[in-house]
Each structure stands twice: as structure tokens, then as C-alpha cells.
Design a protein around this ligand. Structure first.
Ligand SMILES: O=C(O)CCC(=O)C(=O)O
Ligand SMILES: [Fe+2]
Length: 296
């Protein structure tokens, strides 16, 4: 029997995108506006060339502040679940049947935490951004794929990731296809996003290439230093990524709305457990074979 979820989505008519966007600068609602076409072209070009698009100062400072305050309130209430877990890039358990040097046997300590999506406040601006169909449409055009959907994943669909002083978020692949990252508070030092564009493909795990990166090869690694307010669009299922160690008194906080091509799926149970602290009934019920044959 599935757990019951309270409805949590805002209707399209309740979402006023001018609460989080400067529509003169970023008119993503106006399909005839040349600025919108330029913005989409900019994002497509970043994704084509580097596997990532970056739009500085995309979200209004007032909205960033509202999300920052929400995250701090939730952190105060103990909602940022500390992980301190050893993880490999696939979030699977150790497999002693494999060679010691296999990427599935490469474990790093994850100390960063998540505020899971089911803990967001009822008037959460992050949830409002996530529920905006205008945003989904814009993100799909930037990715040049479609249709895309919001993810059914109850814990990881739009979480905040929190990194306190000395925290580290190890190399991994995402269970979802696409992630929009909105930096809500940058780290005083460190906290760079490092990634290897398309290091694996839907049909090939490319373990040799993945292993080379894990063991220190840097030639395909790209580094993105986001600033507070920036937007990033990224394909985390094929591009392995990590966040370098953060330093400072204030936590690095990032909002992570996620999108998928299959609206039915959620994270695999081992992924939900390793990242979000628990596997729920839905993670077992929907643990279907993937179109790609990737581990996770
Ligand atoms: O914190 C970030 O920039 C990335 C977070 C991430 O990779 C994830 O939540 O899967
Ligand atoms: Fe990720």
C-alpha cells in the first residue's frame, strides 16, 4: 500500500512569475520576444559546447532572499539531514565481486545534506518556481528536448542541497535526466561545481573514462563557479559531477528543481536511501527497468 501524499502543487493561475523573475530582462513568458529567443539560444549553445548552461543573476534578489530564509528556517528545525555516508558514483553498495579499481568500488565520504522536497514550506517559493509550467516550457526549449516533466520523486524532486563548513558532495550521477540549479547562497570559499560532460551515454557506462576521472584525470573536467542568483541547466544522468569542499560560516545552499523524460519514474531505492535518507514504498513500486540500461 502506498503512503498518501498531501497535494502540494500550485495551480498555474496562482503562480506569478514576476515574483521571481525580472520579466523585462528574462521574458520567458513571452514567446514572441526576441530576448527570449536569445536566452534560449545562449542556453542551447552552453549545453551543446559544455554540457551545461549558465545564466547569471537569473532569479530576482528578493526571491533568492525568500528561498534563503526558507532554507535557514528549515535548517534551524533540523530538516537538513546530515549524510556522513560513503557513496560511489552510482549510489550502490560495494560489490566485492568486482576488481578493486572498478568505479563501482570507488567510495567517497559525503558530508553535505539535503532538505528533502517533502519538507518545503506550504508557501515555498522554490515549490512555486518548480510548479511553473512556464519554467518547464522554458527549460525544455533550452535543453532542446521534449516533452519533459516534473519528477514524481517525492524526496528529491525539488530539494535544497546544504553544505556547511568543510562539507563535500562526492562524484555521482543523478537518477533524473535534467537539473536546474539556483544558487541561493554561495560558499565563502570552495563549493565549485565540477562535471564531466557526457562521460557516459545511454548505452554505455564508459567505466574506463569514469574510472580515470575518479582517479584524478582532469582533462575532461569542467569547473563552474556559480554566484548567488545564478541559474544552471545541466544533464546529470550522463555527466558525472561533484561539488568541491566548502569553507565558511554560512552554508552554501542551492535549490535544485529537477525534470525527467518519463513522468512515472522515481529514484531507485538505493539512490533514495543514499541521498535522501530513506526508500519509501513508491521507490520499490516504481523500480522499473530504465530505457537506458544504466546502473543509476
Ligand atoms: O549542489 C550542487 O551544485 C549539485 C547538487 C547535486 O549534484 C545533486 O543534488 O544531485
Ligand atoms: Fe547531482
Amino acid at each position: 500500500m502506498s503512503e498518501v501524499f498531501m497535494p502540494s502543487a500550485f495551480a498555474a493561475a496562482e503562480i506569478h512569475i514576476e515574483e521571481f523573475l525580472n520579466l523585462d530582462e528574462f521574458p520567458i513568458h513571452d514567446l514572441t520576444n526576441p530576448r527570449r529567443a536569445e536566452l534560449v539560444a545562449h542556453c542551447r549553445s552552453g549545453l551543446d559546447k559544455w554540457g551545461c548552461s549558465h545564466v547569471p543573476d537569473f532569479i530576482l534578489p528578493s526571491a533568492i532572499e525568500a528561498m534563503h530564509q526558507e532554507a535557514l528556517r528549515l535548517i534551524d528545525k533540523g530538516c537538513a539531514r546530515e549524510a556522513h555516508a560513503w557513496v560511489n558514483p552510482y549510489l550502490t553498495k560495494d560489490d566485492e565481486g568486482l576488481e578493486k579499481t572498478h568505479p563501482k568500488r570507488f567510495f567517497e565520504e559525503r558530508t553535505s545534506s539535503f532538505i528533502n522536497s517533502d519538507l518545503l514550506e506550504s508557501r515555498s517559493l522554490l515549490r512555486m518556481i518548480y510548479d511553473s509550467d512556464v519554467m518547464v516550457h522554458f527549460v525544455a526549449e533550452c535543453l532542446n528536448v521534449g516533452p519533459i516533466y516534473r519528477w514524481a520523486e517525492p524526496l528529491g524532486r525539488n530539494p535544497y542541497s546544504v553544505m556547511e563548513d568543510d562539507d563535500y558532495f562526492p562524484w555521482h550521477f543523478d537518477g533524473n535526466d535534467f537539473t536546474v540549479s539556483i544558487l541561493v547562497n554561495e560558499a565563502e570559499e570552495g563549493g565549485d561545481f565540477e562535471y564531466v560532460p557526457d562521460v557516459r551515454t545511454p548505452n554505455n557506462e564508459c567505466f574506463d573514462e569514469v574510472g580515470a576521472v575518479l582517479h584524478g584525470q582532469r582533462d575532461r573536467v569542467r569547473v563552474l563557479s556559480l554566484k548567488t542568483g545564478d541559474l544552471q541547466i545541466f544533464k546529470g544522468r550522463y555527466s558525472m559531477h561533484r561539488v568541491t569542499k566548502t569553507k565558511g560560516r554560512e552554508p552554501r545552499i542551492i535549490a535544485l528543481p529537477t525534470y525527467v523524460t518519463n513522468p512515472y519514474l522515481v529514484n531507485r531505492p538505493h539512490h533514495a536511501e543514499a541521498f535522501y535518507g530513506r526508500a519509501m514504498d513508491i521507490h520499490h513500486e516504481r523500480n522499473l527497468e530504465r530505457l537506458d540500461k544504466l546502473t543509476d
